[in-house]
Write a protein that binds this ligand. Structure first.
Ligand SMILES: Cc1cc2nc3c(=O)[nH]c(=O)nc-3n(C[C@H](O)[C@H](O)[C@H](O)COP(=O)(O)O)c2cc1C
Length: 318
């Protein structure tokens, strides 16, 4: 389906770009600056420790800046707060929801009741067909170049497969780092892009200067995939600490994970410990430098404002 103006028409934004939801990174200030720069953005609900903080953040953005923005909900069983987070999204009538890691069925049903939109992260056309049947409004095609939980298929190939097997508008995520890569992706006749990594080193990002500077100093070849954090493969910068820690779960943990009785409990524990590690590293609370980012850091040469980054991508720099 050819839907080049889907995002602009549905959301009324200038450029078809989403500042991607990034755990610990995307926050209120970034969304406000994204809206001022003519794009939209989304925050993971997981970034907030309490439901009250989560609701207050949505209201605070609305107070300070007009424009549509989204919330990212993790829709698998690891998210024990999903019901409450969804309730808040519905009562605040959040413009769009990005679902990841599970079935979006209930989210689609509830969000459509108030006229909100639901975009679902997908890494294969088979999964895209499922969310299409459930009534999703668009898919976010997460390619193998993405930061975070990257998919197994290269973006261009995934887009081709989605066009063949699915009728939803496609928003492409993974590897957008400058105007050339943005234009190349948009030339595939898609609805827009979701961009994460290159915004980590923005002036408005809340993470430590060390993390931002690492995005400047390291390159694409320094990105490795680890299963040590959440259990699910996740891309991180190969810092000396990551090299020392290794990127594979120990044999003992893998052995325990095979035992049905322990699996669920161990998964939750691994997830919680991994998230704590990432939080401590992101804000410089300790020396254990585990920083999530994707290969797009290759093109991050300095810490810039979000407006300047958007101008770089869209080619609108004066
Ligand atoms: C630091 C970081 C944290 C992320 N956290 C999340 C998250 O909480 N939820 C989610 O759905 N995707 C998350 N992602 C994936 C992004 O939403 C997006 O798909 C990805 O950044 C796109 O690829 P790019 O980094 O090459 O631009 C994260 C990515 C990064 C780099």
């Amino acid at each position: 389906m050819s839907t080049p103006n889907f995002l602009q028409e549905k959301l009324g934004i200038q450029y078809p770009i989403i500042l991607a939801p990034m755990f610990l990174v995307s926050n209120e200030e970034m969304i406000i600056e994204a809206l001022r720069a003519g794009i939209t953005g989304a925050i993971p609900a997981l970034n907030y420790r309490s439901i009250e903080d989560f609701q207050a953040a949505i209201r605070s953005i609305r107070k300070k800046q007009k424009g549509p923005f989204g919330i990212n909900l993790i829709v698998n069983r690891s998210n024990i707060h999903l019901e409450k987070q969804l309730e808040v999204c519905c009562s605040e009538k959040v413009d769009f929801i990005i679902t990841s890691l599970g079935s979006p069925k209930e989210v689609i049903r509830e969000v459509h009741k108030y006229g909100g939109l639901v975009f679902c992260d997908v890494t294969s056309y088979e999964y895209a067909q499922k969310v299409e049947q459930l009534g999703a409004d668009a898919v976010i095609a997460v390619g193998s170049e993405a930061g975070g939980h990257a998919g197994p298929v290269k973006s261009v190939e995934l887009i081709r497969e989605l066009k063949e097997h699915c009728n939803l508008p496609i928003i492409s995520a993974g590897g957008i780092s400058n105007h050339a890569s943005y234009q190349e992706r948009m030339d595939l006749d898609i609805a827009g892009v979701s961009v994460g990594t290159i915004f980590i080193a923005s002036k408005e990002s809340p993470v430590s200067e060390k993390y931002k500077q690492a995005c400047v100093n390291y390159g694409a070849n320094d990105i490795v995939t680890t299963t040590k954090l959440s259990g699910v493969p996740c891309t991180v910068i190969n810092t000396p600490y990551v090299q020392k820690m290794g990127v594979k779960q120990s044999f003992f943990l893998r052995f325990l994970n095979k035992r049905k009785s322990l699996k669920k409990w161990l998964k939750s524990l691994t997830f919680l410990l991994g998230m704590k590690k990432l939080r401590n590293a992101a804000f410089g609370y300790d020396y254990k430098e585990v920083w999530c980012a994707g290969p797009s850091i290759e093109h991050v040469k300095e810490i810039k404002s979000i407006t300047a980054i958007v101008q770089d991508i869209t080619g609108s720099t004066s």
